[in-house]
Design a protein around this ligand. Structure first.
Ligand SMILES: Cc1cc2nc3c(=O)[nH]c(=O)nc-3n(C[C@H](O)[C@H](O)[C@H](O)COP(=O)(O)OP(=O)(O)OC[C@H]3O[C@@H](n4cnc5c(N)ncnc54)[C@H](O)[C@@H]3O)c2cc1C
Length: 486
């Protein structure tokens, strides 16, 4: 009997748990440790954040699903990993703090034979003074509850405009090292759509503030999109959208601090600026969730499992090297920790070898460039591969992970909604292959033009809506859920 423990029940962890449960016979235990009672389909938080979707439509209670599937569920926040056990606990185990309201809060120890870390990011609002909804002055759509609060604040701004007051709305990145530019882009255009729907667009100054040096970088070094017979750089593709919707862009910006009504930021040329705002939704930078690791004698071995960023070290090439020397093979393909062979990390939890976008610093040494995104589709794909590899090794079908799932050999589809509503909705739909460009294989653009294309229109909105329902159907483990691809 083997015990597989999965930390986190987001896109990656939930996928891994369901695939493992479906693949392994019942004598093997699949156990999920996660602090929240619900699964959150984060991509649709954008619609919650503009008040077009109820919070209840983007969350799914986990306990009934796991009870039905035969997956153990411990509602707790993991704090420590003991990969070598210790004299009191001979096998590997994790320590977690229960988070069920009203329940005991003493730490629990959970033994494992195989461990998948899928804890996603820690949202670091604390990295920028005044950033974020909890004690800061800005809003966020990173969680379903943040999105509800953002929608309330946006509505208040809209009501002020309806009363004739001009408003400045700023959407973007709250720090020079943020990732998830696609989500901020998407929220910007959903806000713009709502302003028009409410008939107040003429009273709004809408600003997109980003750490990207160019529009359309999206943390993947930009892309050359095939569209209507043309090969269009994403800077032009995205730029035309900004021009069409009259959204002002502030590029290459590191937000230093936020005061009520004022954002202070530095740009790539090292100059300080100020931006006034009445409503701001700025995403935070991410780190790992801060798990510690201990050896058999209680010694701190956190650095064997985790990079300084707190993300888990896997089979990537972490040798520091300049942009020009980056190679697709730097990217991991099995997501296995090199020291502890029964520990894996998927989704945002794995430590990338380096960014994908060209790194940039201001003359003052401030890093202002996107961290690499790990979006839903790759997160779920690598989770499936790792789950199937672990199942194969448990069942004796393999001795090493055989299914490889590198972001340098994987495509992604991104549908950035640009406004909700069945007929009036709009979206920018893009696909790319691979996610990590390979300039040797595809000189110039770094990606295969046959699979890197984009389109803007209402059909994209319908696709986004279909994906919302499809992925929530899958998350609920309804009949034939496994036929829904990642
Ligand atoms: C606003 C927004 C919009 C987005 N839109 C899109 C989109 O349209 N398309 C797309 O592909 N991607 C999108 N993304 C990115 C996508 O949400 C992420 O790629 C995806 O959520 C990553 O999955 P994950 O499982 O690694 O992390 P998460 O989904 O964040 O899951 C992490 C899990 O770990 C749990 N956890 C945290 N700490 C601990 C702990 N200490 N112990 C145990 N468990 C823990 C969390 O509660 C959660 O269950 C968006 C992101 C944001 C913020």
């Amino acid at each position: 009997m083997a015990r597989v423990v999965i930390l986190g029940a987001g896109i990656a962890g939930h996928t891994a748990a369901m695939v493992l449960r479906r693949t392994l016979p019942k004598e093997h235990v699949v156990c999920v440790v996660s602090p929240k009672p619900d699964y959150n389909w984060i991509p649709s938080n954008i619609w919650v954040g503009v008040g077009r979707m109820a919070r209840e439509k983007v969350v799914v209670p986990l306990a009934p699903i796991y009870a039905r599937l035969g997956i153990e569920f411990i509602q707790a926040s993991a704090t420590e990993i003991h990969p070598a056990g210790n004299p009191n606990h001979p096998g590997p185990y994790i320590v977690a703090t229960p988070t069920t309201p009203g329940a005991a809060t003493e730490s629990v120890e959970v033994a494992y034979d195989w461990l998948i870390n899928a804890t996603g990011p820690k949202v670091r609002f604390d990295r920028t003074p005044g950033l974020g909804p909890d004690g800061g002055h800005t809003h966020s759509v990173c969680t379903d509850r943040h999105a509800v609060d953002a929608a309330t604040a946006l509505d208040a701004a809209i009501q002020r405009m309806k009363a004739g007051e001009r408003q400045t709305l700023v959407v973007g990145m709250g720090h020079g090292t943020c990732t998830c530019e696609g989500a901020a882009f998407e929220y910007t255009f959903n806000v713009e759509h709502e302003l028009r729907r409410h008939g107040v667009r003429d009273l709004a100054d809408l600003v997109y503030l980003t750490n990207e040096a160019e529009l359309g970088d999206f943390g993947v070094d930009g892309l050359v999109i095939r569209n209507g017979g043309f090969h269009t750089p994403s800077s032009v593709f995205a730029g035309s959208f900004f021009a069409e919707r009259s959204v002002q862009a502030i590029l290459g910006a590191h937000v230093q601090a936020i005061e009520p009504g004022l954002i202070r930021y530095e740009t790539l040329d090292g100059v300080d600026h100020e931006q006034r705002y009445d409503f701001a939704m700025l995403l935070p930078p991410f780190t790992g969730v801060g798990l510690k690791a201990f050896g058999a004698q209680g010694e701190d071995i956190t650095d064997t499992l985790f990079a300084p960023s707190g993300f888990t070290k896997v089979d990537a090439d972490y040798t520091p090297k300049p942009y020009e020397a980056w190679k697709p093979t730097d990217w991991p393909s099995t997501y296995r920790n090199p020291t502890w062979k029964n520990v894996f990390a998927v989704g945002i939890a794995f430590a990338p070898p380096h960014p994908i976008s060209r790194p940039r610093t201001s003359p003052r040494g401030t890093v202002i460039s996107p961290a690499p995104p790990r979006t839903g589709m790759p997160s779920a794909s690598m989770a499936r591969a790792v789950a199937e590899n672990i199942a194969d090794m448990i069942l004796g079908r393999a001795t090493e992970p055989e299914r490889l799932s590198s972001m340098a050999n994987m495509g992604a589809a991104c549908v950035a909604s640009a406004g909700s509503g069945f007929w009036a909705g709009n979206a920018v739909a893009m696909t790319m292959f691979p996610i990590v460009p390979d300039y040797t294989r595809w000189p110039g653009a770094g990606r295969d033009e046959r699979f890197t294309f984009g389109e803007v229109g209402t059909a994209g909105h319908w696709i986004k809506l279909v994906l919302h329902h499809l992925f929530l159907y899958k998350a609920r483990a309804k009949p034939f859920w496994w036929m829904v691809p990642e």
